[in-house]
Write a protein that binds this ligand. Sequence first.
Ligand code: PMP
Length: 757
Amino acid sequence: MSHYGPSRELVVDVCRTLLERGYLKATEGNVSVRVPGEDTFAITPSSYDYGKMEPGDICVLGLDGRQILGARKASIEASMHAAVYEHRADVSVIIHTHQPYASALALMERPIPALFDEQVRYLGRSVELVSYAPSGTSFLKKNVTKKLASGANAYILENHGVLVLGGDPEQAVHNMALLEKVALDYLLALLTDGRAEKVPLPIREIAFQKLRKDEKKLAAQVEEACAAREAAEARAAQETAAEESRAAAGERAPAEDVVPQPAGPATPAGPSGAQLAGYAISRYPDVPDVYRRLDSLVSQPLRPIRRAVMDGYLGYFDDRCRRSRELTDQAMELIPGGVQHNLAFNYPFPLAIEKADGARLWDVDGNEYIDFLQAGGPTVLGSNYEPVRRQVAEVVEQSGPVTGLFHEYELKLAELVNRLMPACEMFRMLGSGTESVMAAIRAARAHTGKKWVVKVGGAYHGWSDQMVYGLHVPGTWRFEAKGIPFGATSRTREFFPNDLDALRGKLKQNRRLGGTAAVIVEPIGPESGTRPVPFGFNAAVRELCDEFGALLIFDEVVSGFRLGLGGAQGYFGVRPDLTIFGKCITGGYPMAGGVGGRREVMASFASGIGGKSGERAYIGGTLSANPLSCAAGYFAITEMERTNAPVLAGLAGDRLTAGLQRIIDQHDLPFVAYNQGSIVHLETTGVMLLDLKHPLRFAKEMKPRKHMMEEMGAAYTASGVITLAGSRMYTSMADTDEVIDDALGRFESVLSSVEGA
Ligand code: PMP
């Protein structure tokens, strides 16, 4: 065998791998490998079945096009391969294949923008289109050459297929898998973000058909390919960087044998209410059972309200909500989308609210509702609670709402936070949860000197540039990041909810790339516990953070004070480095935000006296910590303590959930009710449980499931119960047994009218 033997074997190896994984078919495409140290390369022959291919069939060519070896004619794309090797010294393996997803993008003439960090790292900033030229022509070679300078490793050829490059065979196959994943996800985003009608029907059908056949296989392949490379990288990184990072950053030595147990089905339900007096959760949900029920819900056909009944509910809005419609129609002219608050986006149109008191709301048409929105969570005492309103009014009467100077209630509120949540050794008041997340991440980066931030896929942590990543739906990276430059999210990563192994993987990768500043989690699970965490999850995340020298940030915007005055950190017994506050921190009054945490981290914010110039993490805000907000927070939380409001609200949540479960059982419905104290979930569609691990289901079911959820919300409203988007409810101290029983009667009439009930 000549010295070309190993290169020819490599070509066959790469072809077999691609064939097995479904990236190459029959005779389409071509693969080549650069012969080390020479101006030659080994390439597949023209129109020859990959299934039969042997090393002896592989051709060897010079970069000048001369065929040196091989009984068959080399692939007609050989000149394109030669051009790549000539212009890109870093490339040693080239794959050209007509794999389906990127090909669809070629037909649509759409390059793939920068969607997520792995893509940019391995494939290049964007996957560009190479202009059309017939196969095998010098025009195609020229068009490809024009693009090579970008250094990217993947291109979509307009004459079908893709060109994927790598420094070695493993890298090239990895890049191929990554391109497949990126192309598939981008295609799904295009198909599902409301612009599906712009995607030509034949392409939609090809994508769906292909997906239907390949979904499982593909997901496994992509994961396998990516995981193999990530594992290899992590191993290499560990060897080279462990010493260095341990010494330099003072991290604890990686202790592979003390991996926190991933909390799986074996996780026992949490402690009982007796053990945890003072918290809103009387018994922690049986998390594996909740997921089993949710999975079963998502795997079943939708069970909407019978059409005629639903039309009746919609008729309510036309007949009884005329003034609301007039006002919100007018608002459409002046306010983008007609509403200022995301929670007000209600179907069929938003209601205009005139009065709120305790557990009830009244709209401008005089209709009365039971209020389970409770402004999205801040009012554990009930809406517009009189004793707090009176005391706040007294403060405002005296000092006005703001002076810009220090006010005693700032101190009083900080003392209160510190007493109830001792992990908050210091506290800084801000204007919103969003601002507070920004501030906490800034402090974490300033304190640790590291850049990466890891969040849970699907979690909402406000709308700052760096956090609009993997929003609402796990695995969607930058799908919602319109108007946000790539750089703003380039140091944010997401991991799948509850997947501690995935979190560990991200932390390992980040360690090689400079380290993780912080892991941010909502301790009850993303979206107020819509995907609840196993009881031991937070403690396991704490351990991982300690192991990798990252700060742990608890986003307690929803759970803070609502779950109990000690917050989720008190309930779970886990001490975060930083805590984000919002909502309850001002009891429903404006400018609700704050960060609390370890003294030395919080010192990053120090301004004025004692702050070292050039070292502080800059934050500000004209209205931050104004007397109105601080006094409102102080009075509301003090009142919550006096009345035991979080526990009472939690009991109302328990009663509501138990009643909903009874209705579900009576009518044999697939719906799922569960609660974490005063946060009650009623899933009738499971739309929030869709994710990109199941792309076909996501693509097909997102819209109809979302629409049914809107309809359920409208039916509850028409029956006199306001919920959050038709699937979540916040209870308050004002929810007496009578209020809950009244609400359950209304739920009964809606739920008994679903199809098949
Ligand atoms: N984090 C979580 C968990 C939230 O639920 C929210 C708001 N719903 C935020 C952050 C953002 O807070 P804000 O709306 O005050 O900016």
